[in-house]
Design a binder for this molecule. Structure first.
Ligand SMILES: C[S@@+](CC[C@H](N)C(=O)[O-])C[C@H]1O[C@@H](n2cnc3c(N)ncnc32)[C@H](O)[C@@H]1O
Length: 229
């Protein structure tokens, strides 16, 4: 797994083209998958939600739009990503914070829910991050994670691997002059646990009701779990 400075440098480098490359490589579908994450959140009116590893802020903004009374926080390791997030429309009602998922600057039981879009795979110590998230969630609070996954069917896995080997690096090369930055998706996915292993990890770190919904034939998953009340 790359060390934290590598991950930090990687996202600082890709930040300026991150949204465009996301749109191109998913044909805009990532917005729909993020909407599914928001639909899985259950929180009281006026609740407090953290979008962790928020990047350029898609999820935080979608949550804010769904319920303008919600106190939404977006937290990320990359200051450049946060600057881009803060420039977006309606972003001024969200609190953008530079933070590390492994040491969250919040008191115990602060949030009703935490979301993570394509972030868990990048954390250098996933168990430590899950312990931190459980600590800052209220009892019964929900964690919803959107992440790449390993499709269960072999033909689909082969096709997906060809896709990830070709398109993200191509866009990285065309738009950033750096194909290696986007080789990282495939490398990190190869080391990333299967959805069943992620569900077990969640349960081992104080979460219950772990549910995993495959998207696109298992190429992506949405995990949802609640802190044991
Ligand atoms: C692939 S981007 C996802 C951005 C956004 N959530 C989305 O779905 O489009 C991953 C983000 O995780 C952030 N990240 C990586 N490691 C982190 C850490 N230890 N703590 C906080 N953020 C981290 C990166 O800076 C980057 O913005």
């Amino acid at each position: 797994m790359p060390s934290k400075p590598d991950i930090h440098d990687l996202f600082e480098k890709v930040a300026r083209r991150y949204d465009l490359i996301n749109d191109l490589q998913s044909l805009g579908l990532h917005r729909r998958w993020k909407q599914r994450v928001v639909e899985k959140l259950a929180f009281p009116a006026g609740g407090r939600i953290l979008d962790l590893a928020c990047g350029s802020g898609d999820l935080a903004l979608q949550i804010q739009r769904r319920d303008p009374q919600t106190a939404v926080f977006g937290g990320d390791l990359s200051r450049t990503m946060l600057r881009i997030a803060a420039r977006r429309q309606a972003a001024d009602s969200i609190r953008w914070l530079n933070l590390d998922a492994l040491r969250l600057p919040f008191r115990d039981q602060t949030f009703h829910a935490v979301t993570i879009g394509y972030g868990l795979r990048n954390f250098p110590d996933r168990p430590a991050a899950l312990d931190e998230i459980r600590r800052i969630l209220k009892p019964g609070g929900r964690l919803v994670i959107l992440e790449f996954a390993h499709p269960p069917s072999r033909p689909m896995r082969i096709l997906y691997s060809i896709f990830l080997r070709t398109f993200p690096p191509l866009f990285g090369w065309l738009l950033l002059g750096d194909r290696a930055a986007y080789d990282y998706i495939l490398e990190s996915l190869a080391r990333y646990p299967t959805p069943i292993e992620i569900s077990r990890l969640l349960e081992a770190h104080g979460f219950s009701e772990a549910v995993c919904d495959p998207l696109m034939g298992g190429a992506m998953t949405i995990h949802s779990a609640a802190v044991k009340a």
